[in-house]
Every structure is written in C-alpha cells, then in structure tokens.
Design a protein around this ligand. Sequence first.
Ligand code: HEM
Length: 477
Amino acid sequence: FFLLGVFCILFLHLLLCLLTSLRKGPVWPETTYILGQQNNHAPSPLAKSYGNIFTMWAGPIPVIVLSGFQAVGDGLITKAEDLADRPETPFFNAFANGKGIILSNGRTWKQQRRFGLSTLRKLGVGKKSMEHQIEEEVRLLVETFAKEKGQPLDPAFPIVNAVANVISVAAFGHRFSTDDEVFHQLVESVRYILNFAGTTSHMLYELFPWLMRYLPGPHKKTLACRDFIYSFVRKEIKNHEAAGTLDDPRDFIDFYLAKMEKVRDSTSTFDEDNMVHDIFDLFLAGSDTTTTTLQWALLYMVNHPDIQEKVQKELDNVLGSSQLIFYEDRKKLPYTNAVIHEIQRFSNIILIGVPRQTVKDTVVLGFPIEKGIAVLPDLCSVLRDPEQWETPQQLNPNHFLDKDGNFVTREAFMPFGEGHRMCLGEQLARTELFLFFTTLLRAFSFRLPEGVKEISTNPVVGASVHPEPYQICAVPR
Ligand code: HEM
C-alpha cells in the first residue's frame, strides 16, 4: 500500500510537471524526465534525441541541459558569471547546509573558495614541495606493487591510499597506512556518498523531502557517512588546537584556525562548520577523482600494450631510468603527455557534470533562462563531441598531437569543467596524474593475468564513473 501510494504521488507529480512545462520550459517541447540515474556511458544519448540545449524534469525540478562543446562553452565560459551558483535542492541543503565549497553559494562560496585555493598554494601546490610529497606516495605505491612480484593484483585500494594520502597530509598533516581501519571507513564513506548521487532514492528525497526525512533508506546512510567524515575531521581539529601549532602552520587545519583567529567579526564565514565542510569537500573531491582516473589509466595500458610501450620508450629515451621525474618534464614528453590527456578525455569520469544554477536571468545559445534555474553542463558530450574529436569513441593519443608529434592543447578538453566553479584541485590533480602515471610506467609493465584475454571496460556509474574491479600484473621492468 505504501509503495502504491508513493507511485500515485509520483505519477501526479509528473503529470503536474508536464502541464507546467507547457508554459515554463524555454525549450519545450524538447523535454524529458529522469528518475534515478542513467546507467549509460554512451555520449549524450539525450542530446541525440533532444538537441544541444533542452529541459529535463527531475520530478518538479526543471534542469536545463547544455550538450556539446558549443552549448557548454557558451554557458560555462561566455556566461561564466551568470552560471556561477550551485542548485539549492532539498537534499543538497540537508547534506551541506550551504557550507564548504562544492555546494555553497554567494559570500560563503567566494570566501571559502578563495581561501582554499590560496591555502593549497601555501601548502605547495604548483611548487616542488608538493611534487616531493606526491613522489613519496608514488614510491610507496611502487613498493606495494613490487611486493606482488608480477602476480595478479587489484590496484584499486593501493591507489586510493596513495592519492588520499596526498590530500590527507595537506589537510591533516599526516598520512594513513593501508591497514588503518579508520582510513578504510573514510574511503567507503566517500564511495557511498558519491554512488548515492543521482539514484532513485536521491531523486525521491528531492521530490518528497518531508516524507523521506522520516523514512529509512540509502539517503539516511549517506547522511551517516557524511557524519562519520565530519566527526573524524572535528577530532583532527581538536588535536590541532591542543597541539597549538598556529604560529608555524603546516596544514589546512592550522591555516584555517589561524584565519579564524584573525577574522573575528560576526559576519565572517570563517567558522568551524565551514572549515569542517571545506576539508570534507577537499577529501571527497580530491581522493576519488584522481584515483578513478588512474584506475582507468592502468586498465587502458593493459588493453592497449602498443600505447604503453610507446610511453615507456619515450620515458626511457628522454629521462633514462635513474633521475626523479618532475611535472615540468611533461614538456619534454609530448607523447606521454598526450596519452594522459587522452586517458582523461576518454575515461570521462565526471559523466555528466556538476550542476550549476543561474545567478540571474540569462541567455544561453539564444535561449532565455530565468534566475534560479538548475543548469547541467554535460561534460561527457564535450569530451566526446563528434565535431571536436576525430575519433571520439576511441582511445587515440593523436587527439593531442600535431603531425610532427608535438603536444597540442584542445579547447574541448574540459574534464575539470570551466568558468568560475572550475575544479579547485586542477593543478594538484594534473601534477598527481603525471607523476603517478610516469613513475608507475617506468617501474612496471602492466599486463593481463595469464589466461585473461581482455579486461572489461564496462563503467560503474555513480557521481563518478569507475571501472569494475579488475586484476592486472605489475611486471618489474
Ligand atoms: C582527475 C581529477 C579531477 C577531476 C576530473 C575533477 C573534476 C571536477 C569537476 C568537473 C568539477 C566541477 C566544475 C564545474 O562546476 O565546472 C570539480 C569541482 C571541484 N573540484 Fe575537482 N576534479 C579533480 C580533482 C580534484 C582534486 C584533487 C581536488 C582537491 C584538491 C578537487 C577539488 C574540487 C573542488 C573543491 C571543486 C568545487 C569547486 C567549486 O564549486 O567552486 N578536485 N572538479
């Protein structure tokens, strides 16, 4: 009876939306409904049917989808100012309460984002000091792989440990060992939260928050996972306060506590809740994304041994085997750099994109969009836009090489988004991807386990797109 009731209400809602959309959607009749995530990695299946700008109804919430390089570019770059907000939906509000960086808006977002960026720089991002810290994590990862002596291994957990440790040292001032129970729970919590995004349960919460608030289900577990990460961060803050290291700040918490000391007026957004959520955001966004990209990278190298060999040859010829690798070396390694870009383009880990909301009335590609409307820039449709890429559906490093083999950047390469809310960790992520990828490929040849013909590239879709668990052999070179 309960389920029947829920479905009746749902049906009435959809009917209502259909009627409302007749007068409200800017691109009616190109409109569709979603309830629950699409389990589809194909490029912009919706755009194929609906064009490069259309309205999608998530229950009663209209979402304007921008599809393809032209529409996403016009929205995120040309109209950067107008599309700078995130939607304030019932679940986002329950989850972040307007705090932190990823889901905040207005003054809070401006101040926390600016502080986040400048603190990451103070902690070494963009400088040699951060590269050394990343190199230390890669060295330990190489040791972990080497212990298996070329036998099949699942690289997922060692990689997430190494990547999350880079952000942990920056945020908390310490790393976690692979067998740390708290670390396992943090990683599981991050994954659970990311997998919840876009599910039916998420959509039901957006539609019926007054009901879902009282019902058990995945939405409750998602909030519990958030609370677990929150309480870990709060404990870390207490330890920092007790240690009294503000005069000589070494990590994000130290810098934030010092800032709170300095800015004591009542209108300041620098408070403990924003600090907790900032760190939560950095940990969430900074661990899963780079990890997932590296998981795809190794999988592609195993499935494309010709590309792997070419990268290794270039690394051997240009760097030799002994010297340390620095991010600057990418300029001497055009093929390797092109392969890393192509891995990011093709793996397309932020399947659709992170939603935005209009700050004021605006016009995108000639269509008027009212203030306060959610806009989804479909990044996948840009990274696989057939008008921008020669072979959008194939892993092809030539997308980033000219005819003489020089590296070329491409305007439609937007895995980090664009505009005012573009990824805050882009510089860190690029440095990590380069140092992890090159060091691993110099140390090992990655191969299929005996008897295995190919590893599945089927995606598992959540807020990010990751591969199914797989095993490969890391054969020392
Ligand atoms: C391969 C790695 C990564 C990818 C593909 C990626 C991608 C993205 C994308 C697509 C967005 C949304 C941008 C938009 O709305 O236009 C984003 C936002 C964000 N990313 Fe990343 N990211 C990566 C790594 C990182 C890392 C390492 C950090 C942390 C240091 C980070 C922190 C953030 C934050 C805080 C935001 C929210 C920015 C805001 O709303 O102002 N990301 N990222």
